[in-house]
Design a protein around this ligand. Structure first.
Ligand SMILES: Nc1ncnc2c1ncn2[C@@H]1O[C@H](COP(=O)(O)OP(=O)(O)OP(=O)(O)O)[C@@H](O)[C@H]1O
Length: 371
């Protein structure tokens, strides 16, 4: 049985009747469907990300909604007052995948997730979630869970109340799994939500997000306040449970390297724009690094797609788009320069940062950018 938040059954324990907005579990209520608009194409502005290979670039603007994708977004814009936060996002998320929504503070990840989960309305653009416009759509809400550490609950709620009421909201809720997760994360179920630590609040979100088994689950920075052991536990349990119960999981995170092995798709967002849209394997091979004496590195990178360069004193390290060709590899070996892989975290930092960071002397001699 699934019951939407504003139709909590008569048997619901006292204290868990909710208003439309402050409902647990990130579900929404109401029947207002947002108008959908076709947005203007976003301007790319010649970013370092433009140098990425075709497989890693954002979707071109102007394509129709993809009916095969569980989430399909076209020209999504969001403004708060006069300030535009999302500047025309285009992306698809395939069903039964784990997608990482990666980006720096303030990039727009939570704003995007709020719109995808139907809690907020797009200012412009088309948003399709499981084939429907999600804003305050009861049908969409019945299939999704938005797990986040700052979820609002009724004042008197303890973690135990959350777990008792969750089955009314999630038709695939697994109580045994929830109880196992409570033990794993050492969640004190008799403590009021308001008294929980940040890590414990994250644990509540994780328990709900995982045990809900919602066909579409959003985790918004699920690790806030968690120690390293609990974070690893979360990644392991999520992967194991996803393999046993495939569903679509979208996770926003800054801790990219920690989560990298879980991800099948990567969306990098920066300043309200998609910088990279790739399957994880393409993302992992989207760049490599070349390091060594600055003059030699500068010479070898002349005319190549440099995503980012960093110089400390006389040494330089550059991140280059693509993979090293035989000529570059041979020249690098001859000059004792080091070629190495670039982790997802470094790649995201490279495409989301200024093209050149220079520390120390000879700032004027940093390798020339050649995008
Ligand atoms: N309700 C709001 N009113 C005005 N501005 C807002 C509102 N919500 C978010 N913003 C602004 O939108 C921008 C994006 O915020 P958002 O929370 O989506 O970023 P984020 O990528 O999730 O960041 P973080 O990783 O730090 O959580 C920020 O500049 C933020 O100040």
């Amino acid at each position: 049985m699934h019951v939407t938040p504003n139709t909590v059954p008569e048997t619901a324990p006292a204290g868990i009747r909710h208003t439309a907005r402050d409902v647990p579990f990130g579900t929404t209520s109401g029947t207002v469907a947002a108008a959908s608009f076709r947005a203007e194409p976003a301007s790319s502005g010649g970013h370092a990300a433009d140098a990425l290979s075709h497989e890693a670039r954002p979707l071109p603007a102007g394509q129709p909604i993809n009916p095969e994708a569980v989430i399909s977004v076209r020209g999504l814009r969001k403004s708060f007052g006069r300030k535009e936060i999302l500047h025309g996002l285009d992306f698809d998320i395939p069903a039964n995948s784990i997608c990482g929504l990666l980006g720096r503070n303030g990039a727009g990840k939570t704003t995007a997730l709020s719109i995808l989960s139907g809690q907020d309305r797009a200012t412009q653009g088309e948003v399709s979630v499981m084939g429907r416009e999600p804003f305050e759509d009861v049908e969409t809400a019945s299939h999704l869970c938005f797990a986040r550490e700052n979820q609002k609950y009724p004042e008197s709620f303890k973690a135990g109340h959350v777990l008792k009421s969750a089955p009314w909201f999630f038709e695939s809720w697994d109580q045994d799994f929830a109880e196992r997760l409570v033990r794993m994360f050492r969640l004190p179920v008799e403590t009021k939500i308001q008294k929980l630590s940040r890590g414990q609040l994250s644990s509540v979100a994780i328990v709900v997000g995982l045990a809900s088994r919602a066909p579409l689950t959003f985790f918004d920075e699920p690790y806030l306040g968690l120690d390293a052991t609990a974070r690893q536990l979360f990644y392991d349990v999520m992967l194991q449970d996803y393999l046993e119960h495939p569903r679509t999981i979208v996770m926003s995170t800054h801790l990219i390297d920690e989560a990298a092995d879980l991800l099948e798709k990567v969306l990098v967002i920066d300043d309200g724009r998609i910088l990279m849209d790739a399957d994880a394997d393409s993302a992992r091979s989207a760049a490599f690094s070349l390091s060594g004496p600055a003059a030699a590195v500068g010479q070898l990178t002349e005319g190549r797609s440099v995503l980012h360069s960093r110089r400390i004193g006389g040494l330089s390290s550059v991140t280059l788009a693509g993979q090293p060709d035989a000529g570059l590899a041979a020249a690098a070996a001859e000059q004792h320069l080091e070629i190495g892989p670039v982790g997802l975290q470094d790649l995201v930092a490279a495409i989301g940062s200024r093209p050149t960071d220079t520390v120390g002397e000879n700032a004027a001699e940093t390798p020339k950018e050649s995008r």
